[in-house]
Design a protein around this ligand. Structure first.
Ligand code: FMN
Length: 311
């Protein structure tokens, strides 16, 4: 059973990934946050700088978003030429500004279009192509319709976040609906959604023993030691505390070297603290107060919190 690190657009930038993987690595693959599928002249430099050159921490799989076949084929070939053997298509992002344009999860109700994309990429692009989707945008029948269309293509794998797009990140994952996907899918399948503890992981693999992989997402941010715990490592609170504090110092240094101004750094860190606050002594109100702080005040408050993590 492989374990993957989920893509995090806006949070999981290159600097974050490099530092995070240095301190908490060991994944079989890391999926990169999505970049828009474009023709070469439109590919954004900032997006490319985030993914290239390829990190050498473990298998790195870039992800694209879009619905225009030629751009998708073009981008997959371009990424292949840059040294990425695998490329993933995002069919899961639920943000209305994206789904409204029939992209990401917004494309899930249109299985004809998805089949056409898969058909063309499999026919013309050398990459190993995979899909990351949800159970559906509006209904879990959408994933079943898609699986029935793509089952016979040589896709590398299908990753399913066991929620609907309309749920965003709320409500429960629907393991029963995922069970139907598990039965229908003849391609290598990866489970994703709400794996926050070792117990969650064990119950997923017990229920779905033939999965190729499980993808860890927010669970890793709420507990950066989750992967090691899943692998059976016992880590004392004292060691966790020391390691997290060192990681956090490294992260700030990496951001300071890369980002041009402190506001960007602080804003990026604030997004992370919405997850990190789970393992420091901070109430919900305390978090809101922390997020109102700016500049040096925020940096020094979070460094102090990192020193008190896991205790
Ligand atoms: C802030 C944020 C950014 C995300 N960015 C991406 C993305 O770029 N591509 C993608 O496929 N999923 C993205 N996701 C979804 C996660 O990769 C994952 O599928 C989702 O969080 C469910 O897994 P989890 O419950 O283990 O977190 C994002 C999620 C969050 C919270």
């Amino acid at each position: 059973m492989k374990i993957y690190f989920a893509p995090f657009h806006g949070l999981g930038c290159r600097q974050f990934r490099l530092v995070f993987m240095k301190h908490f690595g060991g994944f079989d693959a890391v999926f990169l946050p999505f970049i828009p599928a474009q023709q070469l002249h439109q590919l954004k430099q900032t997006a490319m700088r985030d993914i290239f050159p390829k990190e050498n921490t473990c298998e790195i799989i870039p992800q694209i978003i879009g619905n225009e076949i030629n751009s998708i084929v073009y981008t997959t070939c371009f990424l292949y030429d840059l040294g990425f053997e695998k490329v993933n298509l995002n069919l899961g992002c639920p943000m209305p500004k994206i789904t409204r344009k029939r992209r990401a999860c917004g494309l899930m109700p249109f299985e004809d279009e998805i089949e056409q994309i898969v058909d063309r990429v499999c026919e013309t692009s050398p990459v190993k192509f995979s899909l990351k989707m949800r159970l559906g945008m509006f209904s879990a029948e959408e994933s079943i319709a898609i699986l029935n269309r793509v089952n016979n293509y040589p896709l590398d794998e299908v990753i399913i976040h066991a929620r609907l797009g309309v749920q965003q990140y709320e409500g429960k994952v629907d393991r029963q609906a995922f069970q139907t996907c598990y039965q229908v899918c003849r391609l290598p399948l990866c489970y994703n959604g709400d794996v926050f503890t070792k117990e969650d992981f064990c119950s997923v693999i017990q229920q779905f023993p033939n999965l190729r992989a499980v993808m860890l997402g927010r669970g890793m941010l709420q507990n950066p030691f989750l992967l090691e715990e899943i692998k059976g490592n016992m880590i004392s609170a004292e060691e966790k505390n020391k390691r997290f504090a060192t990681f956090y110092q490294d992260l700030i240094s990496a951001y300071q070297q890369y980002f041009p101004c402190q506001t960007i750094i602080v804003n990026r860190l604030k997004e992370l603290w919405k997850y990190f606050y789970h393992f420091v002594p901070l109430s919900d109100d305390g978090l809101q107060q922390l997020l109102r702080q700016q500049g040096d005040e925020f940096l020094s408050a979070t460094c102090q919190l990192a020193e008190k993590s896991f205790i």
